[in-house]
Design a protein around this ligand. Structure first.
Ligand code: NAD
Length: 428
């Protein structure tokens, strides 16, 4: 009988027959979910031949939930996600109107999903604006709960904005407001705890996946006590808890200033020889240049919320755009994780069966990897790679490729399934 996932001593316990809740999503959601789930089920069946199975449990959210229950995010759905730990979802409409939170934000906050994980990987033949998109292979760890994104902001002229401004002016002597009566205020909280848990997850990931580096991307040159502190806390954490496996640029600077450059060089060479992970930092604007000019120099990236938002989509564009970029929101401490398509509901294309299901399919592949069912993940990714390589694709890629064959959403899923090649998958 299918069972729930659980967490024991910080480890995810995955039953062979596991129940996974899903939200099919709004707009193009039902089309891409139907295609994706057929790929997932076939892949699990081919790999485990009935020894492992997923029982999908529908959870309502978005327009479908509103139609059926009068609520955009029913309590039941939130409870299901809490109880079953790992879930997958299509895109949800952001309801317009005062007082209604974005459904995605609600999920992230309620489950404290502090990592937004975005792998950025190139699949051969995918249309890309880059000359060498194959050089891009990064995994972004975006902090998901703090920063200017925390939603603490007040409109110009409101009582709260006036109170905060007068406190800043009168109590702290800040004289920087051009016109305090028409100034809006936003607050940027960045905590040591929040920064450390994000950076720790990035480090653990780099260790487990044998990645060469972790880069902290920040604007600490300008925002010293938020972004700058994020960087410093990251370096301190690495030096305190991971000095046996990580060497930091910060350490290099310290050695250079106390013992000279030659000593620092020797230290760095020894670290590289010992295959230590290098932790470095780059200012966010420079990172956006470097990601185009020298993407091969970056691997795992840890960054705050707003930077992470820009960086994730900019990098996704380098390898084919949001139609093919997967994502997940994870709390590595509780085990809670929601895997999701990174694009929106594209409402104009709802029920046309034309859109690209790759983002959701690859999010599912990430989910299987998270469950430890790596063979399923590999089978799916290999087959998707083959489908794109043979230029049998949906309209978004078809329009940008020469000599391609146009497939509907469900036909693309069938094409992936027909490319499953179990012989090329290493079984654990
Ligand atoms: P969108 O991603 O829905 O669409 C923008 C354009 O991208 C589309 O017109 C289409 O040309 C293209 N596109 C998107 N998904 C595609 C796919 N799978 N295959 C091929 N092309 C694809 O962005 P939007 O129009 O800004 O947002 C529409 C709605 O989605 C809004 O309500 C927004 O709030 C919501 N949204 C939800 C999420 C989420 O649930 N995670 C994310 C972003 C936007």
């Amino acid at each position: 009988m299918a069972q729930k996932l659980s967490m024991q001593n910080g480890k995810l316990i995955v039953p062979d027959e596991v129940i996974i809740p899903f939200i099919e999503g709004d707009g193009i959601g039902p089309d891409i979910w139907k295609a994706s789930v057929s790929v997932f089920n076939q892949a699990v069946k081919q790999v485990y031949d009935g020894k492992r199975k997923v029982e999908w449990k529908e959870a309502l959210a978005g327009e479908k939930a509103f139609r059926e229950t009068g609520s955009w995010m029913p309590e039941d759905t939130m409870n299901t996600f809490k109880e079953y730990l790992v879930a997958i979802k299509g895109p949800l409409t952001t309801p317009v109107g005062g007082g209604i939170r974005s459904l995605n934000v609600a999920l992230r906050q309620e489950l404290d999903l502090f990592v937004c994980l975005r792998p950025i990987q190139y699949f051969e033949e995918t249309p890309s604006p880059m000359r060498h998109p194959e050089k891009v292979d990064m995994v972004i760890f975006r902090e998901n709960t703090e920063d200017i994104y925390a939603g603490i902001e007040f409109m110009a002229g409101s009582e709260q904005a006036s109170k905060i401004i007068s406190f800043l002016e009168n109590e702290l002597g800040i004289k920087k407001f051009k016109n305090s009566s028409n100034t809006s205020i936003g607050v940027k909280p960045v905590s040591k705890d929040g920064s450390e848990r994000l950076i720790k997850s990035a480090i653990q990931y780099a260790i487990e996946h044998h990645k060469p580096s972790v880069t902290i991307v920040h604007k600490g040159n300008i925002m010293k006590f938020t972004e700058g502190a994020f960087k410093n806390w990251g370096y301190e954490l690495a030096e305190r808890e991971y000095s046996d496996v990580i060497y930091t640029w910060n350490q290099w600077e310290k050695t250079k200033s106390t013992q000279g450059e030659a000593a620092a060089k020797l230290e760095m060479e020894a670290a590289l020889k010992a295959n230590k992970i290098i932790m470095k930092d780059v200012i966010a604007d420079n990172f956006l240049q470097q990601a185009l000019l020298a993407p091969q120099d970056y691997s795992v990236v840890a960054t705050l919320n707003l930077n992470g938002d820009y960086i994730s989509d900019a990098l996704a564009a380098q390898v084919g755009g949001i139609g093919i970029s997967p994502g997940a929101n994870i709390n590595f401490n509780t085990g809670h994780a929601v895997f999701e398509a990174t694009h929106g509901t594209a409402p104009r294309f709802a029920n046309t069966n034309t859109m690209n299901p790759s983002s959701l399919i690859l999010s599912g592949a990430m989910m299987f990897e998270y469950l430890g069912w790596n063979e399923v993940s590999t089978l799916i990714k290999n087959a998707l790679r083959e489908a794109i390589k043979s230029k049998k694709v949906t309209i978004d890629f078809y329009n940008l490729m020469e000599g391609a064959t146009l497939l509907k959403t469900n036909e693309f899923a069938d094409e992936i399934i027909s490319n499953f090649c179990i012989e090329n998958v290493e079984m654990n």
